[in-house]
Design a protein around this ligand. Structure first.
Ligand code: MG
Ligand code: ZN
Length: 187
């Protein structure tokens, strides 16, 4: 399934909350028993996969260490999400999550590079030059910029302060981007 050039794989890194599944105010997460998918997420991930990208999710989950949700709830939501994706023919290569509090100063919370570094350590064949990052938050795009990856920012904003980032109105626009093999690059 994965397109290989030499020994490398290209990866579509996706944020989770607000990108693949719905996001909520921090306090409301304790009531969330099942993930609610964002419209277009299945079709988009399918197309991304069909174009030879491995799908890796990188998600800030400060909700865990800040006590909004238990680790068990995080795990349950994550497992349910993966199951629903698998039922739709979508294979997620891996999920990296940061459980730390925002004041812990960890290395993995986006926009820090830790989760991308973990991914590369685990899968040394990843070629960041052929990979991209999709997310709905500025921290996702700051991470993309720090790694040199192309970024696709799901936002209503019209102005974008990041160099290597294209704004899209919804996740489904990513399908056109990967179909055209269009990758936004710094010139
Ligand atoms: Mg998000
Ligand atoms: Zn962390």
């Amino acid at each position: 399934m994965l397109e290989k050039v030499g020994d490398t794989i290209k990866v579509a890194f996706f944020d989770r909350d607000g990108t693949i599944i719905k996001d909520y105010p921090d306090h409301d997460w304790s009531e969330v028993d099942q993930p609610e998918f964002i419209e277009g997420a299945f079709d988009t991930l399918k197309e991304v996969q069909a174009r030879g990208y491995a799908i890796i999710i990188v998600t800030n989950q400060y909700l865990i260490n800040e006590g909004f949700i238990s680790f068990e709830r995080y795990q349950s939501l994550s497992d349910q999400m993966l199951k629903r994706l698998a039922e739709n023919g979508i294979e997620v290569k891996d999920i990296f999550y940061c459980p730390h509090r925002r004041d812990e100063g960890c290395r993995c919370m986006k926009p820090n590079l830790g989760m991308i570094e973990q991914a590369i350590e685990k899968y040394p064949d990843i070629d960041l030059n052929r990979s991209f990052m999709v997310g709905d938050s500025a921290c996702d795009m700051e991470l993309a910029e720090r790694t040199g990856m192309a970024g696709y920012w799901i936002t209503e904003e019209h102005t974008c302060k990041f160099n290597n980032v294209k704004t899209v109105k919804s996740i489904i626009e990513i399908t056109d981007i990967v179909k055209g093999e269009f990758v936004w690059r710094k010139s």
